[in-house]
Structure formats: structure tokens, C-alpha cells
Design a protein around this ligand. Structure first.
Ligand code: HEM
Length: 523
């Protein structure tokens, strides 16, 4: 089970079994660890007690800020192997060689709750995978649902402020039943499709091992010849997709808040290793405009009947972490961590994410050197002219630290594309600077309706029950009425049943829009 990452991490393990004597951080052996130094038998503690001060100071700083979203998570190590070379589509080395085993680390998470919240709440689940490839780390930072609530990153802070506990009461923790969340929904009907997923059984998975994963955005694969395909990434669980029922999930949240993390840990400990197949939906670059939606819109999925999912490889999680903090808490994912052969699209949500992750990690992980933390280190060599900064772990030596340098022949130099250097895909961009999007982004309801209609009748009932439960908790009549107005665009019968259950206004007319037509935000 030893792979490059396992071997690398071994170098950082501190082994308590060595039975070495207790020392201070300066290596001084200490004769006492239970009694602080006092002036007399009943006197005050002395400032001179450096051991007490060092121990307490370190303890005082044990906590780091939790992630602004996805704070509660659980992770595991594993491996990924592609079935056959995908060189037709991408030059990414780890997708070109079916004999190559790439180490991975996956962190699953809930989105809304704090680090100490419950596992089985109704929420989206994060599904983030770090591939430690020979060409650098590649991160697929996805969710267990194929679309998202908003279309543009500029709305993300508003969305998260509405989703998080309300600022005056800090209520609720780990549930979506509150006014601000539903107010955001009523005011932002672009979230209609995602709301249907979030109110469906997908939001209460039975086990993390039984969840699909989605990269959500449109990315690009680029082959050696420079030919590009648009791609959507999928993870398909070997165990199939299974959910809890709402009552069960609520009971588990109370009786066993660690339900999912224990399930994952125990399965891996027993050798019952969870597996997912990696799936790709591919659209050749020249077919970009063949669809009645914009493929840059993250609130739309690519129907699998139109663009089939090609299963291309398998991921197996086979090792639990040795230390939750060092690995699961300190790992830093970023959709911008790519390797040659994988590139971005202009999805306006993705473009904003490309800024946000490193920015937040600079404060969460204490400065610019968090890539040197063991779990974040690439397994291939990494060197450049960046220097110093908080928590620098490397001793860079030599006189110089800049590029174009005649004093030191060992200075890191850029690597040409022909030798594996990353070059961005040369997409032609030509346009006015605008704060607009293509018109089809305004079609908020077609796919929401499609999703609802694809459910079995008992799943539709679960969804209506969830809407009634969650919306029923809202205090503001206006918020309830607005939410029903949006639901009325998706499905008249859903709006009727839920409005009756929660005592909200049902719009007089059936203001449903035809499923294939653009619609205004709210009528
Ligand atoms: C975590 C920002 C949309 C998946 C985070 C974090 C930030 C963030 C700041 C915390 C990172 C950290 O502290 O390490 C954003 C922004 C978004 C956005 C600005 C939209 C503009 C999405 C979408 C997905 C997603 C669409 C899914 C495709 C995740 C996951 C994590 C995460 C899985 C947790 C990663 C981990 O386990 O450490 N996001 N996010 N996010 N985000 Fe996003």
C-alpha cells in the first residue's frame, strides 16, 4: 500500500512509541510535568516557569480558523488509476498511462455547519480530491450535486451570509430552515434548480461512500496536439447512490452526530474500501453552442442522454489518516491546482473560485508557505524563486533568488511546454467589458422542472415534505410567499401543496413557464 505520498508523509511522522523522554521545544529534558513552579507550598505560580508557559502558550494557539464554508469534514487516503490512456483528450500524464497509480486524498464535507455540527443534516456535501501526480497536484474540488445555487462568484459572499447562521442569534447550526436562506432563494431564482436537488434525498446521503461527486463547472481537457474538449467530471460510487429518510437523518443527527465520519473510518479500517469510478462528459470545442443552454452556466447540467458519461478510471480509498488535524484539517484544495492537459472554462462562478481558495488559505493556514505542510506537498520536486514568509520550512541557500540571473547557474528556470511546462489554452477572447451574461442564463426553471419530473413519486413526496418542513420554519410571511412564487414557476402542484402546508400565498394564476422558454426572474 506504500505509494509516493505515503512514503513522503512517513518522513514527517513523530513516533510516540520511541519512548523518548519528555523535553521542551528547545530539546531540554524536563523532570516535572504536573506541578507548576510556585513560590512556597501555597504561593503563586512563578513567571520563571518556562515549561509551564511554553506548554500553555502552545495549547492556547492549538485552534486555527475553521473553513469559511465546508468547515466540517472527514478525509482519507487512496489511489487512482485510469482504465486506458486518455491521450486522445488530454496530455495529463496521470490520465495517459493505465499502469500508473496516483496517490489521492479525499475530503468530504458539509457546507453550512461549523466544525462541530452534525453529519446527517440536510445539506450539500463537498467531495474534494487531491491527485498527487508526477506533474504536480491536481485538485478536483467538487460537490455531491451537479449544479450550484448561483451563476456568478460575485454573489458567493451574499449567498453564504444568507446560508450561515443568522448573525443576531447564531441560529441555526447545520440546517437550512431559516428566513435568510429562503429569502435568498426567493430573491435569486437562479437557485431554483439547485434548491430542488438540496430539498431532494440527495441532501441526506446514507453514507459518504454512497454519494456521487461532480466537478460542477465546465473545464477543458487539452491533448498534445492542442485540441480541446469541454469536460464535466463525475464520480460514480461502486455502492450506488443511497439516502437516508428525513426522520432517520434527524434522529442520527441528534443521537450520533459523527454518523458519516464513523461509517467511513470503520469501513476503511475493516478493509471495506470505498470505490468510485471517474466519469467524463466530453463536448468537442467546436460544439460549444450546440445546446439550448450555455455550457458556462453552473446552474445547468449536461443531460446524460445528450452527452453520455464515459467511465475512465477508478479511485479507491484505502487508508485512514494518522492525524485528523495534520491531514484533514490542514489540507488545502484549490480548483486552480491543475496539471498540463487540464484547463479552465470561462464559467463566471469558476473564474471567481480561482481567486478565492488561496486567498482564504493564506489566513486559515497562516501565511504563504502552506504548500510546505506535509499533506499539501506535491510528490514531485517543487522549486522556484519564492522566498521567506511565515513558517518557512525550507533552507534556501545561495546568493540569489530571482529569475534571469547570471550569478547562479542553479536558479530555477521556466520549463518549455515541450518539456512539461504548463501553458494556458490559447482561447481567443474578444469582446466589450460588460457585467452581463448570455440570455439562456435567465432560464432558471427548465432544468429544475426536468429534475423534479425525473424523480419517482415517493421521491417527489419527500421533496415536497422537505420544502414544507424547511419553509414552515420561516417566520416571515413575505419570505414564504416569495419562495412559493419561485416554486410556482417550477411546478404548479408543488407550489399548491407546499403553500397549503405552510400557509403561504399561492399566486392566482398558473404562472408556469414553458420548459424550453426563457423566463424573467419573478413575475
Ligand atoms: C471550500 C469558496 C463554490 C466546493 C471553499 C472555501 C472557500 C470556497 C473560501 C474554503 C477553502 C479553505 O478554507 O480551504 C468558494 C467560492 C465559490 C465556491 C467563492 C463560488 C464562487 C463552490 C462550488 C463547489 C465548491 C461550485 C463545488 C463544485 C468546495 C469544497 C470545499 C470548498 C468541496 C471544501 C474543500 C475541502 O474539503 O477542504 N469554497 N466556493 N465550492 N468549496 Fe467552494
Amino acid at each position: 500500500m506504500e505509494n509516493k505520498k505515503t512514503k513522503q508523509l512517513k518522513n514527517f511522522k513523530i513516533d510516540n512509541e520511541q519512548k523518548a523522554g519528555l523535553t521542551t521545544n528547545q530539546g531540554l529534558k524536563m523532570a516535572e510535568d504536573e506541578f507548576s513552579l510556585k513560590a512556597g507550598l501555597r504561593g503563586p505560580t512563578l513567571l520563571e516557569d518556562f515549561h509551564f508557559r511554553e506548554k500553555m502558550t502552545h495549547f492556547d494557539h492549538e485552534r486555527i480558523p475553521e473553513r469559511i464554508v465546508h468547515a466540517r469534514g472527514v478525509g482519507a487516503h487512496g489511489v487512482f488509476q485510469v482504465y486506458e490512456s486518455l491521450e486522445k483528450y488530454t496530455k495529463a500524464n496521470f490520465l495517459n498511462d493505465s499502469s500508473k497509480i496516483t496517490p489521492v486524498f479525499v475530503r468530504f464535507s458539509t457546507v453550512q455547519g461549523s466544525r462541530g455540527s452534525s453529519d446527517t443534516v440536510r445539506d450539500v456535501r463537498g467531495f474534494a480530491t487531491k491527485f498527487y501526480t508526477d506533474e504536480g497536484n491536481y485538485d478536483l474540488v467538487g460537490n455531491n450535486m451537479p449544479v450550484f445555487f448561483i451563476q456568478d462568484a460575485i454573489k458567493f459572499p451574499d449567498f453564504v451570509h444568507a446560508v450561515k447562521p443568522e448573525p443576531d442569534t447564531e441560529v441555526p447550526q447545520g440546517a437550512s430552515a431559516h428566513d435568510t436562506f429562503w429569502d435568498f432563494f426567493g430573491q435569486n431564482p437562479e437557485s431554483a434548480h439547485m434548491i430542488m436537488w438540496a430539498m431532494s434525498d440527495r441532501a441526506i446521503p446514507r453514507s459518504l461512500r454512497m454519494m456521487e461527486g461532480f466537478g460542477v463547472h465546465t473545464f477543458r481537457l487539452v491533448n498534445k496536439e492542442g485540441k480541446a474538449h469541454f469536460v464535466k467530471f463525475h464520480w460514480k460510487p461502486a455502492l450506488g447512490v443511497h439516502s437516508q429518510v428525513w426522520d432517520e437523518a434527524q434522529k442520527a443527527a441528534g443521537k450520533n452526530p459523527d454518523f458519516h465520519r464513523i461509517d467511513l473510518y470503520e469501513a476503511i479500517s475493516k478493509g471495506d474500501f470505498p470505490e468510485w469510478e471517474l466519469g467524463l462528459q466530453l463536448i468537442p470545442e467546436e460544439d460549444e453552442f450546440k445546446f439550448d443552454f450555455d455550457i458556462l452556466d453552473p446552474t445547468k447540467l449536461w443531460p446524460e442522454e445528450e452527452v453520455p458519461v464515459k467511465l475512465v478510471g477508478k479511485m479507491t480509498l484505502n487508508r485512514n489518516v494518522d492525524n485528523f488535524f495534520a491531514e484533514t484539517e490542514q489540507i488545502a484544495f484549490h480548483p486552480g491546482h491543475v496539471v498540463p492537459g487540464i484547463d479552465f472554462s470561462n464559467d463566471p462562478l469558476l473564474q471567481g473560485r480561482l481567486f478565492s481558495y488561496t486567498d482564504t488559505q493564506l489566513s486559515r493556514l497562516g501565511g504563504p508557505n502552506f504548500h510546505q505542510i506535509p499533506i499539501n506537498r506535491p510528490v514531485c520536486p517543487f522549486h522556484n524563486n519564492q522566498r521567506d514568509g511565515m513558517h518557512q520550512m525550507a533552507i534556501h541557500h545561495g546568493q540569489t533568488s530571482y529569475h534571469r540571473n547570471s550569478l547562479n547557474n542553479n536558479q530555477p528556470e521556466p520549463v518549455p511546454e515541450s518539456q512539461g511546462g504548463y501553458e494556458h489554452y490559447q482561447e481567443k477572447v474578444d469582446g466589450r467589458k460588460v457585467r452581463e451574461r448570455s440570455e439562456s442564463f435567465l432560464d432558471f426553471y427548465s432544468q429544475a422542472k426536468l429534475f423534479y419530473n425525473s424523480l419517482a413519486s415517493y421521491e417527489q413526496q419527500h421533496l415536497k415534505d422537505a420544502l414544507s418542513f424547511e419553509l414552515g420554519k420561516c417566520k416571515s410571511q413575505q419570505v414564504k410567499d416569495n419562495a412559493i412564487a419561485v416554486l410556482n414557476h417550477i411546478d404548479r402542484q408543488v407550489a399548491e401543496e407546499v403553500s397549503e402546508n405552510i400557509g403561504a400565498l399561492l399566486p392566482q394564476e398558473n404562472n408556469e413557464v414553458k420548459s424550453d422558454k426563457k423566463s424573467p426572474a419573478l413575475s
